[in-house]
Design a protein around this ligand. Sequence first.
Ligand code: ZN
Length: 283
Amino acid sequence: MFKVHTFESNNAGPHILILGAVHGNEIAGTLAIQQFIQQFETKKLSLKSGKITFIPTVNEQAQLYGRRFMDENLNRVMKYHIHPDTYEKKIANQLLSYIEKADILLDLHSTHCPEDEAFAFIDYPNEKNLDFLNIVPVQTALAGWPEIYRNNTEIDNFSTEEYAHQKGTNALTVECGYHKDLKAVEIAKKTISNTLSHYGLIEKETPLLCEKKIITLSSFVVKEKAGTLQKNFKHLDPIKKNDILATYETGEKLVSPLDGFIIMPNHQAEIGAEWYYLGKEKS
Ligand SMILES: [Zn+2]
């Protein structure tokens, strides 16, 4: 189904799993991972300790068609399916054991707006993954994703990070920036390089530890009918309580319930899908 590349050293150390293209059209991770595979294969890089498993393209079929997914969002169905009746559920069943076996999971994604800055998801912040986060080349991380979906029975929310959390695997999801921007590939490469050197797998300068701004998600808004966002909002734009964020064609206006940030506004959201998220900086 997907191709797996494993590199093993003879020395004890962590087993790191690095995933690209869990969403088929997010190629930044794929391109960055392929460069590392090549460097290990040609011995330009050597493994000092531990083990690495690279899966450059998790959703191969979707990547082939330049699509996010074939039947459904893989990062919402990452649990075991007794009757896997979609392409993505079949992939999920195969991917789970790789996540279980790894000590550390780095899941590389990218986003759909040209001006998006890179950021990370840290679904269950703890000492281990905050230490991991500090070496990732992003300024902001989003926490609280599982909580805002907990009471929503309409939308499945089983991500790679969720499954890793259940199995005790230290995990981060990094959104490297816009899919088609070469900068996103550079961020993906830097993230891989920092991860491998931070955990002692390769001989490189230890990356600088730098604390990130953590924004806790508080809610999301589903687009219920035809309408538009109030302005050309970008991911992480600051907003004030009572700011108008969107207007439905019926005239109904949606206002911000808080002083904080608009997160991942989707100007092309379809009716029934998430339109935008809201969050506040963790104090
Ligand atoms: Zn993605």
